[in-house]
Ligand binder design. Structure first.
Ligand code: RIB
Length: 311
């Protein structure tokens, strides 16, 4: 794989336990599911893997538990060519895990048990400072402590490094603490929780984006699933339509979007084209089962991109 932009992900690593079923048990009830998939996940790790598969030079700052999943997660990063020097095991704590339930429409519900992800502190970011300072872009999510996220945003600002935050899973936050970001990338649910406004369609998303921009955030990119994405800044708003897909599992599509967007932007593509390409990369990920396992290698993605530009 050729050298691409240097992307650092300060974030989570989980193991995903995905069950496919069309209905869910009532309290006290046991039902049969249709199938099961075990895979590496976690929003941070997924974004790192998407960036790597798109050709970025990626390094990860994360914590895993002292269980079976911890060393396996580190090996997975290494196997994919992601620098895991700053991925450490924490003793006496489980790795992050995510039981995931997927319906036949591809829609998912996720419960995250953060485990060792909660042990990633500001001091760990400082310990990785030399590596982080060499990055073109730092990518963050909310599956690690918020103080660590806020600290890393300040670190990126102080060192002039592009910073992208995916505020997932949704939680109410201090908007002033994230105002120094380059990109704030929520999905509909996260945009709703954080702005306090509905974000069910493009017009709703525009109102959310207005509120977030008014709070001082520079650029907002709201991902809207099958409705694509909305790119917003002081220079205006642009709807970026999705590419229609036969979706079987939408889990990790947002992560695919962010990891690929960070890479395309880091390669110097114009922002709008980076978002259009990220839309396709995310859409393609929904056609396969699992999170990281469903992400495309760059060459395969380029084949689809070229084909769609011709049609
Ligand atoms: O965004 C999908 C991810 O959310 C899953 O991989 C799961 O681990 C949770 O973090």
């Amino acid at each position: 794989m050729t050298k691409g932009p240097r992307i650092a992900v300060v974030g989570s690593a989980n193991v995903d336990l995905t069950t496919f079923s069309d209905h869910f048990p009532k309290p006290g009830e046991t039902i049969f599911g249709d199938k099961f998939h075990l895979g590496f996940g976690g929003k941070g790790a997924n974004q790192a893997v998407a960036a790597r598969l798109c050709g970025a030079d990626v390094f990860m700052v994360a914590r895993v538990g002292d269980d079976l999943f911890g060393p396996a997660t580190i090996k997975n990063f290494e196997k994919l060519g992601i620098d895991a020097t700053h991925v450490r095991q924490v003793s006496g704590v489980s790795s992050g895990v995510a039981p995931i339930f997927v319906e036949s429409s591809g829609q998912n519900r996720i419960i995250v048990v953060k485990g060792a992800n909660d042990a990633l502190k500001a001091a760990d970011v400082e310990a990785a400072a030399d590596m982080l300072k060499s990055a073109d872009c730092i990518v963050l999510q909310f599956e690690i402590p918020l103080e660590t996220v806020y600290h890393t945003i300040q670190f990126a600002r102080k060192n002039g490094i592009r910073c992208i935050l995916n505020p997932a899973p949704a939680q109410p936050i201090d908007l002033k603490a994230v105002a120094e970001l380059d990109y704030f990338v929520p999905n509909e649910t996260e945009a709703e929780t954080i702005s306090g406004l509905p974000a069910r369609n493009v017009d709703d998303a525009k109102r959310c984006a207005e509120k977030l921009l008014a709070a001082g955030i520079r650029r907002v990119l709201i991902t809207l699933g099958a409705n694509g994405a909305l790119l917003a800044g002081s220079d205006g708003m642009q709807h970026v339509p999705a590419f229609p897909m036969k979706s079987v599992d939408s889990t990790g599509a947002g992560d695919a979007f962010i990891g690929s967007f960070a890479t395309f932007l880091g390669e110097g593509l114009p922002e709008l084209e980076a978002a259009r390409r990220a839309n396709l990369y995310a859409g393609l990920s929904t056609t396969g089962v699992g999170t990281q396992k469903s992400f495309y290698e760059r060459a395969r993605f380029e084949g689809e991109w070229t084909r769609l530009q011709r049609t």
